[in-house]
Ligand binder design. Structure first.
Ligand SMILES: NC(=O)c1ccc[n+]([C@@H]2O[C@H](COP(=O)([O-])OP(=O)(O)OC[C@H]3O[C@@H](n4cnc5c(N)ncnc54)[C@H](O)[C@@H]3O)[C@@H](O)[C@H]2O)c1
Ligand SMILES: O=C(O)C(=O)C[C@@H](O)[C@H](O)[C@H](O)COP(=O)(O)O
Ligand SMILES: [Zn+2]
Length: 362
């Protein structure tokens, strides 16, 4: 399979190339956007040993000079400390404005490396080579970069588009099952926003193996949708907020779980729980929540978490980026494929969630 999807964002137009065994074509693809230069390959301790040598060989063959910089695996790497270390290493190795960063890893590496690329020397070139399912369907596309603060997730970041996203679905074969499945949480989110054939396709996925068998179609559908949204609203003035379906609650749950839950798992909980509450409010059509829960449970994604009842929603939600003049915009589904905005005073949303979700572990 070889597919090209063009992202026509306001700040930049670039290609997303979805290519089976695309790593073998890395040199050729990078050469379409970059002349020979120094490249910092930023990766993590799991992905580096699997793919960094191959990436380095390909780049060297194209005349690129490669430095591999490795961070620990996991969400806690999205930190000031790692950002500073990367920036320091770029400076020590005399990276200049003509050089570049290639992010080789999951969403954690992509968000961190993207942020470093966007601020070092006020911005150097970036290529995303996403290796987790979540990164291939979501985080490598659209230019959001971030690190976390104690106060909340992704509170420091930029919008910074890459020159190229190269997706090789075959690298997913080395991903642990739990990591594959968490990426599917974002796919269900996306399919619920789109509806139609995409939603039907997710209805056929009944196991992690089925995710893998259908990976190419799932990646293509997710990326096509995200590319459209980013083209329409790169910096999230309104429409891009739709991609936050399930995230208002998801980010709160992820933070409360302190690393125990992966991002896609927390999004699954957020998707289900918020849909349940909006269905109770009669804003979401009867049966939507059941369709969502069936899809999530089919692959073993969680619908709830023990921490949910004790989550401090006040602490977690007050930093939501969708708050404006004390009003929080939440996304809900009127029906599958029909997302809507729901704007409500933040204090009342917090009270409502505390009341509805405290002590309930359903
Ligand atoms: N920028 C965005 O638009 C955006 C969108 C969604 C999520 N995110 C962010 O992405 C992060 C989650 O990303 P993630 O789920 O990829 O987590 P991750 O980067 O931690 O990757 C998950 C695990 O899989 C390992 N891994 C990755 N690729 C592998 C491979 N091919 N073989 C073996 N192991 C591999 C990693 O080392 C890690 O242990 C969160 O921080 C989230 O906030 C950002
Ligand atoms: O690309 C986007 O826009 C998204 O919202 C995609 C989300 O899946 C992703 O988790 C994103 O990082 C959330 O961003 P945030 O602005 O809510 O921190
Ligand atoms: Zn997300």
């Amino acid at each position: 399979m070889e597919k090209t999807i063009i992202v026509n964002a306001k700040s930049k137009t670039y290609n997303i190339e979805i290519i089976d065994h695309g790593l073998k074509k890395l040199r050729e693809k990078v050469q379409t956007v970059w002349s020979p230069r120094k490249v910092a390959v930023i990766t993590d301790e799991n992905v580096g040993p699997l793919y960094a040598n191959q990436v380095q060989r390909q780049l060297n063959a194209g005349g690129f000079v490669v430095e591999v910089l490795t961070v620990p695996a996991g969400e806690s790497s999205k930190s000031w400390m790692n950002l500073e270390k990367i920036i320091q290493q770029l400076a020590e190795k005399h990276f200049g404005r003509q050089d570049g960063i290639l992010a080789l890893g999951g969403g954690v590496v992509g968000d961190l490396a993207g942020l470093a690329a966007s601020i070092y020397l006020r911005g150097i070139a970036l290529i995303q080579l996403p290796t987790s399912l979540l990164a291939q369907v979501d985080s490598s596309v659209g230019g959001k970069t971030a690190i976390d603060l104690a106060a909340g997730k992704n509170l420091v970041g930029t919008f910074y588009q890459p020159d190229l996203v190269l997706i090789d679905p075959t690298v997913l074969l080395t991903l642990k099952s739990r990591c594959l499945v968490e990426g599917y949480g974002e796919i269900v989110k996306c399919a619920a926003l789109v509806g139609g054939d995409f939603w039907q396709l997710t209805g056929q996925i009944k196991s992690p193996q089925a995710i893998m068998r259908n990976a190419n179609a799932l990646i293509e559908a997710s990326v096509r949708f995200k590319a459209q949204i980013v083209a329409a609203d790169e910096t999230e003035t309104r429409r891009r907020q739709l991609l936050n379906l399930g995230h208002t609650l998801g980010h709160a749950v992820e933070q409360a779980a302190g690393g125990r839950l992966f991002h896609g798992e927390a999004v699954a909980i957020g998707l289900y729980q918020l849909s349940r509450l909006f269905e109770q409010k009669k804003l979401t059509a009867v049966g939507v929540t059941e369709q969502i829960s069936t899809r999530l449970q089919a692959v073993g994604l969680p619908l709830s978490d023990d921490e949910l009842g004790t989550t401090d929603f006040y602490r977690a939600l007050k930093h939501d980026k969708k708050i404006k003049q004390q009003q929080l915009t939440m996304i809900y589904l009127k029906k599958i494929g029909q997302p809507e905005f729901y704007c409500y005073p933040i204090k009342q949303v917090i009270g409502w969630l505390q009341q509805e979700l405290s002590q309930k572990k359903s």
